[in-house]
Design a binder for this molecule. Structure first.
Ligand code: KMH
Ligand code: ZN
Length: 274
């Protein structure tokens, strides 16, 4: 099996400081935690940013500051969010896609369908998906295709036919969002059987499913996403004292299943970023 790419979803748009004091918010806090995540075995971070008050943001300059701070400390790959928070418009969501040159991210997410998101709706109508895909391609990046439900894999095929993305690609199955596909082994097995041949995949189990899904992904040769965006607990009732603790636990579980961990350079090749 290939080495496992562990992605740390550091901040997200939904987790709050009221829920956990360990959520990194400033560029310096994000970079310090990212460097510890890298040491613990992460090859990539999935990045959202916040205003100094902690409000979810997709501001270009906040992304620039976070990316510079991370790269000053370590070589972890940086995947920026184009999902942002529910309710943001497409220009807001694509704030990080204005970063070029040394500040350009390594990868960007592309969600390929509208989905219920707890009590909210994560709104991704088909023209908006194509708009974001065009911007990602324009920056010369590869998307990570974020699938919260099965039909989003079909939409990736449609995007390829229309020339917006290339396949095979890298997919992320986010399982366990309220109102979307739940986190079950059967769901994961269908998703991975259904992606276009030659594609790679990561699985992100939400909430209490996060760490058990690292083991399911490890056994199946896939990759894992962990972090405070999706889950704040290291074990029942015990807060993770930073993303790095979740990465360390994921690394331990992956190794217990016989998986090596990918370096950022290996991840570049495995996710076809080169
Ligand atoms: N915050 C969610 C509504 C992404 O990063 O691309 C969407 C999200 C997906 O987090
Ligand atoms: Zn995200």
């Amino acid at each position: 099996m290939n080495p496992m790419v562990i992605t740390a979803a550091m901040v997200g748009a939904e987790t709050t400081r009221e829920q956990t004091q360990y959520l990194p918010i400033s560029a310096e806090e994000i970079a310090a935690d990212a460097a510890k995540c890298r040491e613990a075995g992460a090859a990539m971070v999935h990045l959202h940013v916040r205003t100094p008050e902690g409000k979810p943001s997709q501001d270009t300059e906040l992304f620039r500051a976070a990316i510079r701070a991370i790269r000053a400390k370590c070589d972890v790959l940086i995947q920026v969010s184009t999902g942002g928070a529910v309710g943001m418009n497409v220009d807001e969501r694509c704030g990080a896609l204005k970063l070029t040159g040394a500040d350009r991210p390594d990868m960007a997410t592309l969600s390929t369908g509208t989905v219920n998101f707890g009590a909210d709706v994560f709104w991704n109508p088909r023209p908006l998906i194509r708009d974001i895909a065009t911007r990602i391609k324009g920056l010369g990046l590869k998307p990570e295709i974020e699938c919260f439900d099965v039909g989003m894999i079909d939409e990736a095929r449609a995007l390829e036919k229309e020339g917006f993305i290339t396949l095979p690609a890298h997919f992320d199955f986010v399982l366990g969002v309220g109102g979307a596909l739940s986190a079950t082994a059967e769901g994961l097995d269908f998703m991975r059987s259904y992606i276009p041949q030659g594609s790679s995949w990561t699985c992100a189990g939400v909430g209490r499913h996060q760490l058990p899904f690292v083991e399911l992904a490890a056994e199946r040769g896939g990759n894992s996403r962990v972090g405070l965006e999706d889950n704040i607990y290291l074990s029942k009732g015990v807060l993770a004292k930073g993303n790095f603790e979740l990465v360390a636990e994921a690394a331990k579980r992956a190794k217990s299943k016989g998986r090596e961990l990918a370096t950022p350079q290996q991840a570049r090749e495995l996710l076809r970023l080169t």
